[in-house]
Write a protein that binds this ligand. Sequence first.
Ligand code: AP5
Length: 194
Amino acid sequence: MQGTIIVAGIPGVGKTTVLLELDRLAKEKNVPLKIVNFGNVMSELFKKSGKTIHRDHMRRQDITLQSRIQQQAARIISRTPGKAAVVVDTHMFVKTADGVWPGTPQKVLEALDPNMIILIEADAEEIAQRRATDATRYRDGGNVEDAKEDLQWSRYMASCNAVLAGVPIQIVHNRDGQQAKTAIDLLDMIQKRT
Ligand code: AP5
């Protein structure tokens, strides 16, 4: 298996939960997979630049700085060593103080050079509920309308990315209590494209 798959999902959709399941499943089945969290790489770069900030506060930083760090993160991820397929855990958009900002603008997309984009989605009602009850994070937009709008933005941005990169989009649903099943579907999609 080789290549890069972008896996994106709006905050609260359960991306981290599903990718933890995916990691466990891939190890169990001896599937060579490396999952890289884009936000973690950015957070390390912020730290190196002298700014230690909570991951949920990165999106509130100056957009020029975020953009520079975003591009550095993409270059670092593009150099991930090894023969395993790389799964990049990221966002199609980030809500910043300056507006809705692409998570994978052209330079980032070119550096990542993905084989496919997978969106993790869930019902807006379930996302709103998860956002409201997840006390571990600082999440914006706690109602159903916010979740619906975010799901739309994610698809708009994914469409632009797919056109630019010439790659397909797949959507996987993370239904309540079904994170293990979601991970099975996800692994199946990844194996077909790497
Ligand atoms: P990141 O950490 O990716 O942000 P996030 O989406 O807010 O966080 P998670 O991925 O942890 O949330 P989640 O939706 O996966 O929810 P979880 O699994 O915890 O990124 C952090 C920051 O990095 C971004 O805000 C941005 O600033 C920056 N960043 C990242 N990529 C960037 C890019 N490309 N460009 C610029 N900046 C970038 O689940 C939520 C809750 O739901 C939990 O309580 C969980 O238990 C529950 N749950 C999950 N699944 C289920 C289920 N199936 N059934 C029932 N409950 C469930």
